[in-house]
Design a protein around this ligand. Structure first.
Ligand code: HEC
Length: 135
């Protein structure tokens, strides 16, 4: 009888201690740091990624041929045509700033940014200038 009691106590202690250590592991896992900082020049086991450098700004010509030419080479939806003075009419009188603003905000058939979603203001302006230089 006493043996049985002792066995029961031992088993209970064992179960409790296993449970406690499992709980401890779970807590440690939960409070473990999410990541660690690896400073450039330090040995961290894996290669350090260089921060991407900002891409060179594109020329007016490359922006024009990638985004604007779709409409402006053929005058789609009434777009003033590249190298065609007549189709530009009075528009050129607005000046580069106002024309660039039209491109940025969109104008009737022309969607905002002239479909160059990742173009900076300067790149849009360069594209407008490239178009103006053609007429
Ligand atoms: C989906 C066709 C389309 C694309 C792409 C497009 N345009 Fe246009 N664009 C037009 C149309 C249509 C007009 C004439 C809008 C109007 O006056 O009704 C226009 C007008 C313009 C004007 C004259 C704005 C004014 O104020 O009179 C400029 C400058 C211009 N586009 C530059 C650009 C540039 C630069 C790009 C590329 C970054 C571009 N467009 C891309 C369709 C397009």
């Amino acid at each position: 009888m006493n043996y049985l009691k002792l066995l029961l106590i031992l088993m209970t202690t064992f179960v409790l201690s296993v449970g406690a250590s499992e709980a401890k592991k779970a807590i440690e896992k939960r409070i473990a740091p999410v990541g660690s900082v690896c400073v450039k020049g330090e040995e961290c086991g894996s290669p350090v990624l260089e921060a991407p450098t900002s891409p060179e700004s594109r020329t007016g010509e490359s922006v024009y041929s990638n985004a604007c030419a779709t409409c402006h080479s053929i005058g789609l939806a009434g777009a003033p045509k590249f190298a065609d003075v007549a189709s530009w009419g009075e528009r050129t009188d607005k000046g580069i700033e106002a024309l660039t603003a039209s491109v940025k905000d969109g104008l009737n058939g022309m969607p905002p940014t002239g479909m160059c979603m990742d173009c900076s203001d300067d790149e849009l302006k360069a594209a407008v200038q490239f178009m103006l230089d053609s007429i």
